[in-house]
Design a protein around this ligand. Sequence first.
Ligand code: FER
Length: 300
Amino acid sequence: MNFKKNVAWPSLLASALMMVSLTVNAQQSIQPSPAGFDQVQVSIPRGKIDTITYASATVGNDRKALVYTPPGFSPKKKYPVLYLLHGIGGDEKEWLNGGQPQVIMDNLYAQGKAQPMIIVMPNGRAMKDDRPTGNIMAADKVAAFATFEKDLLNDLIPFVERKYPAMKDREHRAIAGLSMGGGQSLNFGLGNLDKFAWVGGFSSAPNTRKPEELVPDPQVAKKQLKLLWISCGASDGLLSFSNRTHEYLEKNGVPHIYYIEPGVHDFKVWKDGLYNFSQLIFKPVDPALFSTASTSNSGQ
Ligand code: FER
């Protein structure tokens, strides 16, 4: 009897601890980026940024993209790839100049918070003159952001996967972007679920397809997606495009993270987007983070 009594305590303690940890998990949520997340730290290992040039059959000329490889990168290992897209006023250097993603990522790696990944920053304006000059809202320039779907799938991704030690399956390919690039990421990611399992839109622009066109089959999306991330500044004039997508996803039971933070249409919000999204991808996602917590896998 005494023996039984004694062994009951550890098991009771284990149960109590488990309940505490379940409660903690259930309360887990996306938090604002901590101070210093975007500040250069001395004496930590750094990734590297290359400029690549690829032949685009879609556009009919050579195009440029930037590629960040993480600290400790080795061509002998294999890496998942995040395609990170810019906005209507930018080009392949917009993230670098405005968001310093290499600083955010180096800091995350120093803390062991993100999976080692290759980040490709392309030029999403798929036309011969792809500079953000003149009238950036001109119809042909806006249309070139849609044309980029072909350039990305048929020209850039195959190039990256030939030149870099990239994993080539959908579960190791992510796409995210800011504003026009957020709309592109949602359109191209959700429109090509055989190619992308991780999709993020930061402050997505009016180029975002209407929800019914974006996700025509919620059950397929639910099954295929590893993570769908939608974030926006609460005071962004484009918030309605994120919100209508979120409401449709919620109504149709497609799990996703919807993160609205104080802010406008600027890099503060987009850096927070990258900081959070990059930590979540290419590893198991805690379902407690989903805005739509319909995660009972019944019927699957
Ligand atoms: C628009 C408003 C904003 C639009 C695009 C944007 C194509 C894009 C903004 C950005 O990328 O920052 O009406 O139409």
